[in-house]
Every structure is written in C-alpha cells, then in structure tokens.
Design a protein around this ligand. Structure first.
Ligand SMILES: Cc1cc2nc3c(=O)[nH]c(=O)nc-3n(C[C@H](O)[C@H](O)[C@H](O)COP(=O)(O)OP(=O)(O)OC[C@H]3O[C@@H](n4cnc5c(N)ncnc54)[C@H](O)[C@@H]3O)c2cc1C
Length: 498
C-alpha cells in the first residue's frame, strides 16, 4: 500500500476543506476540485453596490470544532478570525406584539422569561439541563465518531447510551417534549424552532434533537467578526500552506470506476487517476450525476429519504437604521404547526412564514454603506419538487414586506435600495445540493441518523463522503466534523500519521 495516497476532494465546502487539512497534515497528497471560482459553497458571499452579505450560514456554534482544524494545522485561529460570543442569541418578535430577547447569559435569560412569560426562568434552566444530558449521552457517539463502526458500536460510550436510552428521548417528538416542559406556547415555539437548524419539522423530529438547544445556549452562539465567508477563505489559506492543491472553476463531470472500485475523476476530456475520492457534494447528486449509478444499495436507500427543507433568502440593502432590531431576529408565525404542514406536507411556501432577519452590518460597519444596513431575510421553504419558484418568490416577498412593515411600523418596501434573491433551485445550481435542501436528508424520523450517507461508502471501494448529506449531518460544525471523520478513515486505511 502506498504511504502517500493521492486524494481528490470534490467540492470546497466547509466539509471538504476540513477534510483536506486533516489529510494533508497526515501526509496525503490532496487536490480539491471546486466548480465555483470561490470556496465555501453555501458559506459564500454576496456583494454588490457597497453591500456585503454572508450568503448562507450566519451563526456559528461549537467553535471548538473550527478551532481544532487550526490547532491541528499548527495555526492560531485568532490570527485569521475573530470569534465573538453573542450577548443576545436572537430577538424574538411574536404576532401578539411580545418581543423577547434570548440572552446567552443564563441569569439574564431566566429574568427575561420571568418577566415576559407565564413560564419561569427556573423551568428554562431545568429544560436546558435536560438538553445537556442528551448531549452528554449522544455527542461522543453520534457527532464525533462514526457510530456504525464496529469498534464504536461495542465501546463503553455506546453501552452507556444504550443503557440511558430514555435520557436521549428518541420516542417523543421535539414538540411533545418541549410542550411537556412549558405551558406558554410562545416558549414552546421558541424551542421548537431548533428543528429548523437541520431542516426538520419539530412535530415529527425526535426530541433527541433538543441537543441543539444545549449547543446554542450552554456552549454558546458566535459571530465571526470578519464575516462567515472568511472561514472558508482562511481554511484555503492554511490548506495551501500544508501543500493542498486547489482547482477552482473546475467542475468534476464524472467519477471514474471499474468494478465498483474508484479509479479517478473526469473534469474535461481526460480522466485523472486518484487513489481515493472524497465527495463533499450532496450524496444524491454524487450518485445521480457523478457516478451515474442510482441502483446501488446505498443510493436506493438515500433516495428513499425525505430531503430537509430549503429556503428563500432576500439580500436587501436597506436605507436607514431600524433600532428595534438586533443582529439576529425572528418574526414568528401565528400557527407553527400549519407552517410546517405547508413546508413538509403541502410542499408550498407558508401562508404565514416565520421570518429570520440577520444584519451583519451591526457588528461589521463595512458590510453596508453609511446610513444603510444589510438585511439577510430568510424563510424556510419546501425542497424543490417542481414548484413555480418565480411565482412563490414574488408571493413571499409581498407577504414578508407586509409582515415586517406591520411589526416594525415602517414602510420596508420604500427602504429597499438593493436586492438579490436565493431560491431552492439556485441553491441546487450553485452547490449541487439535490432539490435545494439545505441539510441533506431531514431528521423527521427517529431513524434518520442511521440512514444518513456513511462517510466511507459500502458500495464503492475508495469512495468517501463528507458534508451536509453525510454523517453526522448539516450545519457548519457538523460538516467540519464530517470532514474530520472522513479524513480519519482514510488516514487509518493508508496507515498515515494522524
Ligand atoms: C441559507 C442558508 C442558511 C444557513 N444557515 C446556517 C447557520 O446559521 N448555521 C449553520 O451552522 N449552518 C447553516 N447553514 C448550513 C451550512 O451552510 C451548510 O450545512 C454547510 O455550509 C454545508 O457545507 P458542505 O461541506 O456540505 O458543502 P457545501 O456548502 O454544500 O459545498 C459543496 C461544494 O461542492 C461544490 N460542487 C458541487 N458539485 C461540484 C462538481 N461537480 N465539481 C466541483 N465542485 C462541485 C459546490 O460548488 C460547493 O462549493 C445554512 C445554509 C444555507 C444555504
């Protein structure tokens, strides 16, 4: 076996970039192919007319995952990025006019709940302790490792998880569990919202997903002062120093194979040989378009799963400042259940959507011209199943403007001086995410974690997966963990130094 294998990574998303660094550090020869001229995939940048927006993710959690990549590469993250813990994680606006700040300080948050709700700060503390227990019983097994590996399955943590199954709450839905902790529908809605962090429906997703609230409230939510888009740029910088080669503006057309064993890839006329391939592109896209083989066991299983939700994002340059808004804001819908029914059952944009407004110019003045703000306005939508997105976008734009104008008592339409729009179809076009789903498959079943694409394919020798559609799932920290787990498997296979 060669000691220095040649590895091609398809896609310079956060998962692919993380994998490239762990692999290069272990001595592998790594080349990253990226169809766009810039890295980051969903974590990209939109800039025009003096406005700059993070194109997708806005809130960083589990910063230690990102820090680990820098440390592993022998770098000091502080020389590249400024991570700042948010004081207010999110400002919530309810249809009845209540405005509630989710403070990251537990005492302040408890006071806010005591002040504004029939529930109490003590209940919130008890709830966050419950979320923390789920994390302690699952994270090591389900997030940081490949739990389907034999050595993980027969380990002590696995046994502990099995013996404490009731503590990870897999049999209730997230909503049911949250409603058992709180009497106030507003607080239930606030915590149900976390199902959307991996594109799922709180009325169907297992309560185990309440792990996310622990990650945000107990471990902290962070902004990257320079903008999220600086994360991939910094990762490319350190990967290059470790010897990783990057081919930007280079679309991979096919993965080459013989007898279900990967031999290389094709970018144009010729096929380039590689010892193994890591696909950082959506697993469904990889099977359908890069392998042209949707008949294998894994591919068939993948296509049976329900994709996660998608989004419409309006990048708005806004004249003036709106003092009532914080950096991260949510305007809730009146009927959350009906909103999720629209998204997942009726597969249409909600009549009354929950709206997320993120303003990075609040902490980075250069993101908007003087006297202006950059509003990233997002709603959750179904994945693309042939909807008329032009019509849907027009309809949602009107609904959003009306709702924000009423809640903020301002004529929002008159203040929009710049606009760009992202739709589910564009998400697929720009990143290869099948049907524009943001996080691979949804977690709307308690078995979803077991059905995600494995990091090492079982059907294709020397083919690996990382990114949102692979284990352990979507969201920035998880895709970077996925890159690390995948790199670990290749390192182990070739006996490289880890
Ligand atoms: C609107 C939006 C909001 C989000 N908000 C958050 C948030 O607040 N917090 C959070 O943690 N996460 C959030 N996410 C999710 C997060 O952005 C993703 O989970 C993560 O960035 C995905 O990384 P990935 O490694 O799966 O790669 P991707 O970002 O999916 O990148 C895949 C890359 O592969 C490239 N590629 C595809 N096909 C080919 C080909 N044939 N040849 C070469 N290259 C190819 C693409 O161009 C792309 O660069 C959000 C996502 C979106 C879209």
């Amino acid at each position: 076996m060669a000691t220095s294998p040649s590895i091609a990574i398809i896609g310079a998303g956060l998962g692919g970039l993380a994998a490239s660094i762990y692999l290069a550090r272990a001595g592998a020869r790594v080349t990253v192919y990226e169809q766009n001229v810039f890295p980051g995939g969903k974590a990209g940048i939109v800039q025009d007319n003096g406005f700059r927006f993070d194109s997708g993710p806005s809130l960083l959690t589990m910063p230690f995952v990102l820090q680990d990549i820098f440390t592993h590469a022998g770098k000091n993250i502080a020389e590249y990025l400024t991570l700042e813990k948010l004081k207010i994680l999110c400002r919530y606006f309810y249809p009845d006019g209540t405005t509630l700040d989710a403070f990251s300080d537990p005492d302040e948050f408890a006071d806010e709940i005591d002040r504004l709700s029939i529930d109490t700060g003590r209940q919130v503390r008890r709830y966050l302790d419950y979320c923390q227990k789920i994390y302690h019983h699952t994270a090591d097994l389900f997030l940081f490792k490949d739990f389907r590996e034999l050595k993980t399955l027969v380990s002590l943590p696995a046994l502990k998880t099995l013996l404490n199954l009731h503590r990870i709450d897999p049999f209730r839905t997230m909503h049911k569990a949250n409603a058992s902790f709180f009497a106030d529908d507003k607080i239930v809605q606030l915590f149900d919202r976390y199902a959307t962090y991996n594109g799922s429906n709180p009325y169907r997703a297992p309560a185990t997903l309440n792990i996310i609230q622990h990650v945000e409230y107990n471990l902290g939510g962070y902004i990257v002062k320079e903008g999220i888009h600086r994360i991939p740029a910094a990762l490319v910088e350190i990967a290059r120093e470790l010897g990783v080669s990057f081919c930007f503006d280079t679309k991979v057309h096919k993965i080459a194979y013989s007898n279900n064993s990967i031999t290389g890839l094709t970018t144009g006329e010729s096929t380039i040989h590689y010892d193994c391939i890591v696909s950082n592109v959506d697993a469904g896209y990889t099977y359908a378009h890069l392998l042209n083989a949707v008949y294998g066991r894994e591919a068939r299983r993948y296509f049976k799963q329900e994709p996660s939700s998608s989004a419409i994002v309006f990048y708005w340059g806004i004249k003036g400042r709106t003092d009532r808004l914080d950096t991260h804001n949510i305007f809730f819908s009146k009927n959350y259940k009906s909103e999720f029914n629209d998204i997942f059952a009726r597969r249409k944009c909600p009549g009354d959507p929950t709206i997320y407004v993120y303003i990075s110019s609040r902490f980075n003045k250069s993101d908007a011209p003087d006297g202006h703000e950059n509003w990233f306005v997002m709603i959750n939508t179904p994945f693309d199943s042939g909807q008329d997105w032009e019509n849907e976008t027009r309809r949602m734009r009107k609904v959003i403007i009306e709702k924000l104008s009423t809640a903020l008592r301002k004529d929002i339409a008159a203040r929009i001086v710049f606009e760009k729009i992202l739709t589910p179809r564009l998400i697929e076009y720009q990143t290869g995410s099948l049907r524009g789903s943001l996080y691979g498959i949804s977690s709307n079943s308690r078995f979803a974690a077991f059905l995600r694409q494995r990091n090492a394919s079982r059907d294709w020798r020397r083919l690996y997966f990382c990114g949102g559609s692979a284990h352990p799932g979507g969201g920035m920290p998880l895709v970077m963990l996925s890159g690390k787990i995948t790199a670990g498997k290749i390192i182990h296979r070739y006996g490289l130094r880890s």
